[in-house]
Ligand binder design. Structure first.
Ligand code: A2P
Length: 252
């Protein structure tokens, strides 16, 4: 059992929290673990990607809140000092090693699918492996752009990571149901070519580009189809490829 340290409510549907980390808990950036609460004497856990990078002392998670969801209806009420269950084992496919070397790494997230990428963009190895990293986060409303300040302001000024981040990371937030600078879905940007065109980059190609996808089942399926049509091949833990995919797990 770990202890909640801080809780941040982004919207009435989205919150994040930090908690203590057991010194024996090891994970790679992009991985997930089983997280939850003891409910009526029994563990109730779901898969949650770590938002925090592996080098951080505490752990951080991002979650939706669903009024009648078995876990999130309860988890959303946690307060500093409360106990949370953190599984001992971390796993997952959205890790650097599952991608072949490449030039540009595209991180495509919708909603809480941002979580694993928050860890990856604070992991120095990600910057060693790729020349450029573009993080695309699509949400319905502006307020759902979690960690926007951290990504666009704090990270490029970070004491140790700042230089790497400022030189290689591009953040592209898009909001589909409110006025905003970019209002397209990821799929629309890929199809129209505006995704790469806006940065003066050539069209997506498995020779040069790598992608990680994390969102709803529909988003994952649609982006996967667009990538495969362009010749991208899915990577896994035993077989690195040109893209990897994982569901943004908790929906209840
Ligand atoms: P949209 O507002 O056009 O539906 P959700 O909350 O439904 O998971 O959606 C989160 C974000 O992902 C929204 O901006 C939504 O756009 C977008 N989205 C939903 N489904 C897809 C899809 N199949 N492909 C690309 N983007 C999607």
């Amino acid at each position: 059992m770990e202890r909640v340290l801080t809780v941040h409510h982004w919207t009435d549907r989205l919150f994040s929290f930090t908690c203590t980390r057991d010194t024996s808990f090891r994970f790679g950036a992009g991985q997930f673990a089983m997280i939850g609460l003891v409910v009526e004497g029994k563990p109730l856990v779901r898969a949650y990607s770590m938002v925090s990078p592996p080098w951080e002392e505490h752990l951080e998670f991002l979650s939706i809140k669903v009024q009648h969801g078995p876990l999130t209806s309860r988890l959303q009420h946690i307060r500093p000092g409360d106990g949370v269950l953190i599984g001992k084992k971390a796993t997952g496919t959205l890790v650097n090693e599952n991608l072949l070397p490449g030039g540009v790494l595209w991180l495509f997230a919708t909603g809480t699918g941002l979580a694993p990428f928050m860890s990856l963009i604070r992991e120095p190895e990600t910057y060693d492996r790729f020349d450029r990293i573009v993080l695309v986060h699509t949400v319905r409303q502006v307020a759902e752009l979690a960690y926007r300040e951290l990504i666009s302001k704090d990270l490029p000024e970070h004491e140790l990571l700042g230089e790497m981040v400022a030189g290689k990371l591009t953040y592209l937030p898009s909001v589909t149901r409110e006025p905003f600078g970019t209002t397209e879905r990821i799929t629309t940007m890929i199809e129209s070519g505006s995704l790469t065109g806006r940065f003066g980059l050539p069209p997506l190609s498995p020779e040069r580009d790598r992608a990680m996808l994390c969102g709803s089942e529909a988003m994952n399926a649609d982006v996967r189809a667009l990538l495969e049509a362009r010749g991208f091949v899915e990577g896994s833990n035993s077989n690195p490829g040109s893209y990897v995919v994982e569901k943004a797990f908790v929906t209840k």
